[in-house]
Write a protein of this length. Structure first.
Length: 281
């Protein structure tokens, strides 16, 4: 895998692709040196986080060359590998739309640790992360947040293997696409992780918050997506919702219900929060 081929497969917008390639070619030895220790550090304080946004994007792109070999050593098909890697270009595009500069944020760098650890896979429209069940409650966090019944905790105890679902900006949440993603994910993890028995799909998201969902029409893709899950916990913490609805400048990549949800959040922020849902496998 060459650098040019990798950059081509990432589908950067043309100005981002040009800037990244120039940044790497300008001093490839320096990029290589930064890459060697990029993800060293504790408590997500990675060495790479201290660099400029364009340098961060260049180093992450450079690291994907090595990660490609790691994913392929597991037998992962190219389609899934590159779909997974394109989370980098998605976030680079969003960063450019918001800031007018080429790069990625510190938060993006931290998020990419999942790719560097071969710990996340894009399968269809959703991302899936091998995970262990965790309940974000006072027992876990040391302060009140969500509450869960003891019956629920007994059904799916802490540390049970689960597949954590993530929804990217602009994800296709039409029911057919979502159903295909879940079904293909089951087959994928049975094939490539045969020694682990995953018990459920897990999703912590603002898209699952019941008071908000009540205001969406039955035709809403978000509402149809949420219906896949049993909502087992929630709290009035609108931070993720507000960031997703208002935190990216142009509004591109938001759900198709975005305009309605933005207006609803502006008028009734109390209807937004964070929820936990599961789908037993």
């Amino acid at each position: 895998m060459t650098l040019e081929k990798m950059i081509s497969e990432l589908h950067y917008r043309s100005n981002i692709e040009k800037a990244v390639l120039q940044e790497i070619r300008k001093d490839e030895k320096l990029i290589e040196k930064i890459a060697e220790t990029a993800y060293r550090g504790e408590n997500f304080d990675f060495a790479l986080c201290g660099h400029m946004p364009l340098t961060c994007l260049a180093v992450v792109t450079y690291l994907l060359l090595h990660k490609y070999d790691d994913y392929k050593s597991m037998g992962i098909p190219d389609g899934i590998v590159f779909d997974t890697f394109r989370d980098v270009s998605l976030r680079a595009n969003l960063y450019y739309e918001k800031n007018g500069k080429v790069g990625v944020s510190k938060e993006d760098v931290i998020w990419f640790r999942h790719i560097m650890n071969i710990g996340i896979f894009q399968i269809g429209t959703l991302q899936f992360q091998p995970f262990e069940m965790i309940y974000l409650d006072e027992e876990t966090l040391g302060e009140p947040y969500m509450t869960f019944t003891e019956e629920q905790k007994g059904l799916l105890p802490n540390d049970t293997p689960v597949l954590n679902c993530h929804i990217q900006k602009g994800a296709d949440l039409r029911p057919r696409s979502v159903e295909a993603s879940f079904q293909n994910a089951k087959l994928f993890f049975e094939k490539y992780f045969p020694t682990v028995q995953y018990k459920a799909f897990l999703c912590y998201s603002w898209l699952l918050y019941p008071p908000m969902l009540q205001h969406l029409s039955e035709r809403s893709n978000i509402k149809q997506f949420a219906k896949n899950f049993s909502i087992i916990g929630s709290c009035h913490d609108p931070e993720q919702a507000i960031e997703n609805l208002f935190g990216h400048g142009t509004g591109k990549g938001l759900p198709c219900d975005a305009t309605f949800l933005q207006q609803l959040a502006f008028e009734h922020v109390e209807l937004f929060g964070f929820a936990c849902g599961i789908i037993l496998i």
